[in-house]
Design a protein around this ligand. Structure first.
Ligand code: AMP
Ligand code: GLY
Length: 416
């Protein structure tokens, strides 16, 4: 099978790494990719938001499966263009991707499907904002309605900060605060059948102890030793299957990866958000544990054949990933700094620890930073303690001027 992956972050590196290990994959292409992906796939330039350009590239390469990584091309309808050309594509239509593209739309689908989520108001002016803030009280949760790469959400005790964020957005969703730990649960779906993956936990805040601003995610781990073993089945029944059924009922079936961001509250599981694609960095740890060959799974979803697929197989290993981010992330990151030590990790820590690239590119022989999140240093072990130790040992070998990472990824779950 010839596969083309669209995107260029650590999630796409994780996808490409797993695809490159799948014996059914005969050729692997990625556009635009990054310096790390170049080691496992052939890179191509493309405007990832241009459906016609992606389709032309897929056709030229003879791709038999296109996997769209990020949300922006999905919301822009890139999967529709590829599918219209008769090429199987893993990723929802532009209309179905509105589950992520519009928080107001997601709330509407959840209400219709009876999916438990935070109570909320959609507000378009200051009066509505004030009324909603007063209705829920502190802590205030204010979300930009559109795509904001995980950075459009403000959770604050300060009503002025809540008002200011709302004023900076055209349309916001204001909702009740959900307490309790968060879980990311991904499901592969063909629009009808749902196959849950293993749950993971992400660390959204920039600094240790869950302080600092929200980011795209600073690290992740799986499995979740503290979670109820029935959690996955429960979420399939109360969240994932009803959502997939409701999308099909509306005439906009959702196929691809449905990501449920959940809060395990004192009153039960609640959906915080849906995403229409694999999560980053959770994918890095989930795929590290998936034993079923990835291409066959994604192809089954793309072609409506999930019901026929054998049960997914998982390794008992634990996995941890630590994001190395550039100076000032999630603010305006500094780029172009050389990354030293990648060879050392490959020589000393493989195969248990490895570096997935996010914002990197080649500059001559050097690999330099090219984005906010630069690397996703991933490791497996017999338990979270071992996986964590291995991941941090590898992180310690990497030198990137001004870089930052959290030192407490998976610490609590590992009992550290
Ligand atoms: P979202 O983009 O909706 O996933 O929000 C980003 C992050 O903000 C989430 O991962 C949570 O940590 C936090 N958050 C979002 N909604 C809520 C809520 N209703 N209550 C508490 N925290 C929230
Ligand atoms: N890790 C959060 C996300 O992918 O949206």
């Amino acid at each position: 099978m010839k596969v083309l992956v669209i995107g260029g972050g650590a999630r796409e590196h994780a996808l490409c790494r797993s695809l490159s290990l799948d014996p059914d994959v005969t050729a692997l292409h990625c556009a635009p990719g990054n310096a790390g992906i170049a080691e496992v796939a052939e890179l191509h330039q493309v405007d990832a938001l241009d459906g016609a350009a992606v389709t032309a590239l897929a056709t030229r390469l003879g791709a038999e499966l296109v996997v769209v990584g990020p949300e922006a091309p999905l919301v822009a309808g890139v999967a529709d263009a590829v599918r219209d050309a008769g090429i199987p594509v893993f990723g929802p239509s532009g209309e179905a991707a509105q589950l992520e593209g519009s928080k107001a739309f997601a709330k509407d689908v959840m209400a219709a499907a009876g999916v438990p989520t935070a109570r909320s108001y959609v507000c378009t002016n200051a009066e509505e904002v004030d009324a909603a803030l007063a209705a829920f009280g502190a802590p205030y949760v204010v979300k930009d309605d559109g795509l904001a790469a995980g950075k459009g959400v403000v959770v604050t005790e300060d009503v002025e900060a809540a008002r200011a964020h709302a004023a900076a957005c055209d349309r916001v969703v204001i909702e009740e605060y959900l307490d309790g730990p968060e879980v990311s649960l991904f499901a592969v779906t063909d629009g009808e059948n749902v196959r849950p993956l293993q749950p993971a936990q992400d660390f959204k805040r920039a600094l240790d102890g869950d302080r600092g601003p929200n980011t795209g995610g600073m690290g992740a781990y799986s499995p979740l030793p503290w979670a109820d073993p029935k959690l996955v089945d429960e979420v399939v029944e109360s969240v994932l299957q009803p959502t997939v059924d409701e999308m099909r009922r509306r005439g906009t079936p959702f196929s691809g990866l449905l990501y449920a961001g959940l809060a395990i509250t004192s009153r039960g599981v609640r959906v915080i958000e849906f995403n229409a694609r694999f999560g980053d960095p959770e994918t890095q740890v989930v795929l590290a544990r998936l034993k079923t060959p990835l291409a066959g799974l994604l192809m089954a979803a793309a072609t409506g054949n999930l019901a026929d697929l054998e049960p997914l197989r998982w390794s008992d290993a634990a996995a941890v990933t630590v994001v190395v981010a550039s100076h000032d992330y999630p603010g305006t990151p500094r780029t172009g700094d050389p990354i030293i030590g990648l060879d050392e990790v490959a020589a000393q820590d493989a195969p248990h620890a490895y570096v997935l690239h996010a914002g990197t590119r080649h500059e001559g022989d050097a690999v330099v930073s090219a984005g906010g999140r630069v690397l996703s240093v991933t490791a497996t072990g017999t338990d979270l303690t071992e996986a964590r130790d291995r991941a941090y040992r590898a992180v310690a070998r990497i030198r990137l001027d001004g870089s930052q990472h959290r030192s407490d990824i998976a610490a609590k779950a590992a009992g550290a």
